[in-house]
Design a protein around this ligand. Structure first.
Ligand SMILES: [Cu+2]
Length: 156
């Protein structure tokens, strides 16, 4: 394979954060009763947790959520590059109500990846449904290696 071509592919991958991955159908391994949990929850006074996405870190990088409590996770990208949030383990254990972006809101029970473009904010409305400690990271290639990762704790 042409080495220059390989390099060009790598560079373009590194610049691309892709798009949110939300699903109307239950992805494998995700919470089966997510729609039921999120629709029964009381959204009038949710816990609000704000995280800043900078180059290249989450601030703070340790998050605590309370099981069964409606929660709004505010992902604020203050930087000049795209970032995001993925956690294969954690996102399987929550019941999502919606993913709110600047231009659109996705009403969905399951979210596999969140992308937050430069300068924008996204909010994930969800109910944590399982206890545990989970890792999360930025899905942009290379960012986790630069330190853009963290830990989620779901506690009583
Ligand atoms: Cu990033």
């Amino acid at each position: 394979m042409n080495r220059l071509f390989a390099l060009a592919v790598l560079v373009s991958l590194a610049a691309c954060a892709g798009q949110d991955q939300v699903s109307r159908y239950q992805p494998m391994g995700y919470l089966a009763n997510a729609e039921e949990i999120s629709s029964k929850a009381d959204w009038s006074a949710p816990d609000v947790v704000e995280v800043r996405l900078v180059n290249h870190a989450f601030v703070p990088d340790e998050l605590t959520f309370h099981r069964d409590r409606p929660t709004r996770l505010v992902l604020k990208n203050d930087s000049d590059s795209d970032h995001g949030f993925v956690s294969g383990q954690f996102l399987r254990t929550i019941a999502v109500r919606q993913l709110v972006g600047r231009d659109q809101t996705a009403t969905t029970a399951w979210v596999e990846k969140i992308v937050v473009p430069a300068g924008e904010t996204k909010e994930l409305w969800f109910v944590p449904a399982r206890y545990g400690a989970f890792t999360f990271e930025c899905p942009v290639p290379g960012h986790a290696l630069l330190g853009m990762k963290g830990v989620v704790n779901v506690v009583p």
